[in-house]
Design a protein around this ligand. Structure first.
Ligand SMILES: [Fe+2]
Length: 213
């Protein structure tokens, strides 16, 4: 669910950036905040895997695990490097010039290629190992550690973003792990938060799905 979110949001980014008129500082600020929000979530997601998931797999798995984890760690490092370049390019775009906009869009073209390659390989090779060696309870604890630092507004939007292409059963399972007072309201709040955000960024509450990109 989270991978589809990254594929969609990062996949749509280059065209959103290229669509911003040079000199339009207000629109630049809005799109820049969207990008920075997502590079932050990407960083948190990968950091969580690096700190919690890979060490557990290495400890519990056999020799076959090592090669997969090496590959995952290398890909994370490359993505982290490029994402840092993206963050710097977002900063350089503040003046809303055409040159800084196009430089950022070119970096985003490269980033989405890395993200798609990495997530496909992770789903093929690492996810089966996670299913084998990590329990559902441990997974929930990791997810809570990952999201525990975020403010409620960011969390609500982030969940709406993830839910957009999510399997309803998986969405319901994630909601069931949330605090009791959040459970009854989170689905509609998160749906609305993402619809409003998508309207702002893409001009529609129903942007293309990751499979349509
Ligand atoms: Fe990953």
């Amino acid at each position: 669910m989270v991978h589809d979110m990254f594929r969609r949001e990062f996949g749509l980014m280059p065209r959103v950036v290229r669509g911003v008129r040079a000199g339009d500082r207000e629109r630049t600020r809005i799109v820049a905040a969207h990008i920075t929000g997502l590079t932050t979530v990407l960083h948190t997601h990968h950091h969580g895997e690096d700190v919690h998931v890979w060490p557990a797999l290495l400890q519990r798995g056999s020799a076959d695990v090592t090669r997969v984890i090496d590959l995952m760690e290398n890909q994370h490092a490359r993505i982290e490097e490029l994402a840092a370049e993206v963050d710097a390019a977002v900063g350089a775009w503040r003046g809303a010039t055409a040159e800084s906009r196009d430089a950022l869009a070119d970096l985003l073209d490269r980033l989405i290629r890395l993200i798609k390659d990495h997530m496909r390989l992770e789903e093929e090779r690492a996810v089966p190992l996670m299913e084998k060696y990590i329990t559902a309870a441990e997974w929930t604890a990791m997810l809570q550690a990952e999201t525990g630092e975020m403010d409620p507004e960011t969390l609500t939007l982030g969940f709406g973003m993830a839910m957009y292409e999510g399997d309803p059963d998986i969405v319901a399972a994630v909601i069931s792990t949330m605090p009791a007072e959040v459970r009854p309201v989170i689905h509609s709040m998160a749906t609305q938060a993402y619809a409003a955000h998508a309207e702002l960024i893409y001009g529609t509450p129903t942007p293309p799905r990751s499979t349509e990109l």
